[in-house]
Design a binder for this molecule. Structure first.
Ligand code: EPU
Length: 343
């Protein structure tokens, strides 16, 4: 397989610094893509029979098992601008390689609120739709307009609207087909009639503590940043991939049965009548918060986050995860699903 001449290519690359968990693995080839044309050129020049590539953005939702990876595509496409507006929304577009948090703060500085609840989420713009990032009462899907992605098998560029992306809770069509699509640009609709989303417990408490009754978008963003700094590890200091498990969704009967025995269990009704349970609470009840097995641990500030205390491998992290899953299953009868991409 030959890459286009403009694409920089490295061989036998250590990926430890390229994933926020700091897990070791080697890439036989690592290609840095600086433009959509680079990505199309790569797809057109492939002669590897479509061997799946790992598409890497900020590497913040990734668990590397440690197996060598044949091909890693590092998406470094830059650029962001206002695309247009209509009566209801400002439409902005950002290239996949932009930092998500920098993009959010830029929209706020430009006077286009709507993404402030998603401040300080690590990773890139292109990765945001893959797992439909969400926090503090907002999911990315609620502000999404469309995206452009390149089919790495054919080189074809396709535009996806929200329906085609099949967004769900930390889910999308792309997460189901790893290595197939490379997102190059994402467009968002930021509502003209802005209202703060400040009902989520942590935000309401943070704003109250700051004596803010009617917050501006920047004040909501600053509150989210303060909460995240308090609860979640800074990837620059302690490796992690954010929440390691999804919050499990169970039917109403199972939730009622659990509540009868565990009245403190946090649960959130879903539109389909089921209930989402707080996985962090289940894990903490099993005694895992702050515990570690070797270099892999369960974060002291948030039990849903697994961390690398230094030198952990993917196997160490997955071993800890399996223990936690076993304990939660045997104590509560609830299966925890791993949230980041494991490869
Ligand atoms: N809880 C505990 N112990 C813990 C952690 C949480 O009892 O160790 C309880 C909390 O007291 C609260 C409930 O669980 O009653 C929910 O906790 P929190 O508000 O911290 O949120 P979460 O459900 O644990 C989710 C997202 C986070 C997001 C926060 C805030 C998932 C998988 N995680 O966590 O997203 O920041 O809500 O909206 O949905 C991520 O995806 O990487 C991530 C960090």
């Amino acid at each position: 397989m030959t890459a286009a001449p403009s694409i920089s290519e490295q061989h036998d690359v250590d990926l430890t610094a390229l994933n926020t968990f700091g897990l070791p693995a080697r890439a036989k080839r690592l290609l840095r893509l600086k433009s959509a044309d680079d990505a199309r050129a790569f797809a057109a020049a492939r002669h590897d029979g479509g061997e799946p590539c790992l598409v890497l953005g900020g590497g913040s939702n990734l668990v590397l098992r440690g197996e060598p990876l044949a091909c890693v595509l590092k998406v470094e496409i830059a650029g962001r601008h206002k695309l247009g507006e209509d009566g209801e929304a400002i439409i902005v577009e950002a290239a996949a390689g932009e930092s998500w948090h920098d993009f959010v703060r830029w929209t706020l500085a430009e006077g286009w609120p709507g993404l402030e609840n998603l401040s300080l989420i690590p990773g890139s713009v292109g990765a945001a739709p893959i797992q439909n990032i969400g926090a503090y009462g907002l999911e990315m899907a609620e502000r999404f307009d469309s995206l452009d992605a390149i089919d790495l098998a054919s080189g074809e560029t396709r535009r996806f609207d929200a329906a085609a992306c099949r967004f769900g809770y930390r889910e999308s069509a792309f997460k189901q087909q790893p290595g197939r699509w490379l997102v190059v640009a994402v467009r968002f609709r930021l509502p003209r009639r802005w209202q703060p989303l400040s009902a989520y417990g942590d935000i309401a408490r943070e704003l109250a503590a700051r004596d803010i009754a009617a917050p501006t978008p920047l004040q909501v963003s600053d509150a989210v940043i303060a909460i995240r700094r308090r609860k979640l590890p800074d990837p620059a200091e302690l490796g992690s991939a954010g929440s390691f498990f999804k919050n499990p969704v169970v039917d109403a009967r199972q939730c009622a049965a659990l509540l009868a025995v565990h009245p403190g269990l946090p649960h959130y009704p879903q539109p389909d009548g089921r209930e989402k349970l707080a996985a962090g609470w289940l894990i903490e009840q099993c005694g895992w918060k702050g515990r570690r097995i070797g270099p892999a641990g369960c974060h002291t500030g948030q039990a849903l986050v697994l961390v690398n205390h230094g030198g952990a491998s993917g196997a160490d992290v997955l071993r800890l995860a399996a223990h936690i899953q076993d304990d939660v299953a045997s104590r509560f009868g609830v299966a925890l699903e791993i949230e980041p991409v494991v490869t």
